[in-house]
Write a protein that binds this ligand. Structure first.
Ligand code: AMP
Ligand code: MG
Length: 408
């Protein structure tokens, strides 16, 4: 039996430098079209419009303390207590000279009053209260709009909606807001050898871990994962799975099938379906990583080795997800760290080694997480940073300062 072979291999593509590969990804992605969500669903999104306060806060002059609302002009003279206002209740009548009204925090200042004296700064004498302090107009009063003025832009387009921002939306009665949606990301594993966790393993088979790693990574990056399952190394099945992903999602991620093997079909299929922007990068791990667009949607074909797949996600996929989610300026945080021990790296390729951070009195130190082979997913476990080891480095002595790309 003669079998067809993949025609497009890593050798079909120029070897790109890391920065160029990242730039090509960024050039191909843009924020998804904004949509309206209710403010209770807004958490975790990026705002796609300016939010203007429709109401002032407070909407009325309010007391800052529990005490007595008075006219400051009456000075230290005793005041007759003529009523009370508590929070949520409208004052029943104005106060006149020589009068006071018991008032609680957040209650509206009655007409005629212009200051509040704290209860603990008053004394009761003959059925009246006497201020123990000087009173100036405005004391302990929050004027209208003290916290938020109607008409003011309270939240600017492009900000992240965290808990405080959700609260601001509620406070100004912004019931619906335009946000950039979370990207939907379809994830598939490719490989004839892969079996689900829980299924028995026949000789030659291993479990599919990449799909679970990558779906979790999508979730951590703020995307919504869509499970495309495990796909054998067959051209029609792979093509059908990619099509399903393109139908259901904004981005497709696969792992496996992008190297020199006789059943590594993805590069060939992607070149037929759309445009391959790179198929080879001078980076370890993840040299054969492939990035394509089909019908305007990005497809990341990551290598099958579990470390290559996840490092590839952090380096190329995650920036794209943030841009799609409206965060066009997103950059992975980086830290300067010192090596806690000597490190060897491959000469000729930029290398990202996984390391754990140690905060010492004299700064941050990094310790590599054991054997760094790209099959060993345990090298990602407990890793805080990807240490950037430049292409022309080979032996890097302990104490050298290097850059760490923060992954957690
Ligand atoms: P490939 O990139 O398809 O040549 O796969 C490279 C290595 O990664 C092989 O040893 C595969 O068995 C392994 N591998 C591929 N896909 C997965 C996966 N989804 N989960 C775990 N290991 C995988
Ligand atoms: Mg494979």
């Amino acid at each position: 039996m003669t079998r067809t072979q993949p025609k497009v291999t890593p050798l079909s593509f120029p070897m790109l430098e890391f920065e160029e590969a990242v730039a090509r990804v960024r050039a191909q992605v843009q924020p998804l079209p904004p949509r309206a969500v209710t403010f209770t669903q807004a958490l975790g999104h990026i705002l796609a419009e300016d939010v203007v306060a429709g109401e002032s806060l407070p909407p009325f002059p309010a007391s800052v303390v529990d005490g007595y609302a008075v006219r400051a002009e009456d000075g230290r003279a005793p005041r007759r207590v003529v009523g009370e206002v508590t929070a949520g209740i409208a004052p029943r009548r104005p106060i006149g000279p020589g009068e006071a009204v018991w008032i609680t925090t957040g209650a509206p200042i009655p007409e005629g009053a212009n200051a509040v004296i704290k209860v603990e700064e008053t004394e009761r004498r003959d059925g009246a209260i006497v201020p123990l302090v000087d009173v100036r107009p405005g004391d302990n009063v929050r004027p209208v709009g003290h916290d938020i003025r109607a008409g003011e832009v309270v939240l600017h387009k492009g900000i992240h909606l965290h808990p405080a921002e959700v609260g601001v939306l509620a406070a100004v009665n912004a019931l619906q807001v335009q946000v950039y949606p979370r990207p939907r990301v379809a994830v598939m594993s490719t490989g004839d050898e892969l079996r689900e966790p829980g299924a028995p393993l026949a000789p030659g088979q291993i479990r599919d871990s990449n799909r679970y790693t990558l779906m979790a990574a999508v979730q951590e990056a703020g995307g919504t994962p869509i499970d495309l399952g495990t796909v054998p190394d067959e051209e029609p099945a792979l093509r059908a799975a990619l099509e399903r992903g393109l139908d259901k999602a904004d981005v497709v991620i696969s792992s496996g099938g992008v190297s020199m093997g006789s059943r590594d079909w993805l590069k060939t299929i992607l070149a037929q379906m759309g445009t391959v922007h790179f198929g080879r990068v001078r980076v370890k791990p993840g040299k054969p990583i492939t990035f394509a667009t089909v019908r305007g949607k990005p497809i990341f074909a990551l290598p099958g080795n579990p470390v290559s797949a996840l490092v590839g996600f952090y380096l190329y996929v995650e920036p794209a997800l943030h841009i799609l989610a409206g965060d066009t300026e997103w950059e992975r945080p980086r830290v300067r760290v010192r090596l806690a021990h000597d490190v060897r790296s491959e000469r000729g390729r930029l290398e990202f080694q996984r390391a754990r951070l140690e905060a010492r009195n004299d700064g941050l130190w990094a310790r590599v997480t054991g054997v760094q082979s790209s099959s060993r997913l345990l090298s990602m476990v407990g890793a805080d940073v990807l240490l950037r080891l430049e292409a022309d480095w080979e032996y890097v002595p302990a104490g050298t300062e290097v850059e760490g790309y923060v992954i957690r």
